[in-house]
Design a protein around this ligand. Sequence first.
Ligand code: S3P
Length: 172
Amino acid sequence: QSKNLFPYNVVLIGFMGAGKSIVGRCLSQSLGMDIFDIDDLIKIRLNSSIAKIFENHGEDYFRNIERETIAEISKQKNAVISCGGGAVLINSNVNNLKENGKVFWLKAQPETIFQRIKDDDSRPLLRDKMNLSHITALLSERWAKYKSVADYTIETDTYSVEEICDNIIKLL
Ligand code: S3P
């Protein structure tokens, strides 16, 4: 397949379980673009799971590594960048990501998120509180931020990965 060359990055943001990683891989395959999954890069860099990084060093340490990784990767163009759910809470990350990037918010309702991730204990912020009311509370704290950072809002609740991917491609 011929390579699409966009003079910008496709940046995926949104809550845990919104589908950023899997949709990112779909986009990268469909468009022949490189994919940079920020959490995966952090795991490789520290040779550790996200849960272990939080456990051993704390959230602030993780956020620092996340900030450095985003600053580095944002210099790319023509790449898909999947962010962790908390990345856009830090303004310098937003500035870096938006500099070369079109930002897509993968939007999902709390019920959808809960159904998607309830059996997954890899997320330290939800590990001991994997229930709908906690997800609802955390998501509502972040909702306005996701909305304001996004150039485009992408509905995910009732769509397949392929449909979500196609809907993003139409906007590029
Ligand atoms: C986080 C989301 C996670 C990961 C970390 C913190 C968050 O990424 O970066 O556990 O603050 O929402 P995913 O959104 O890929 O689960």
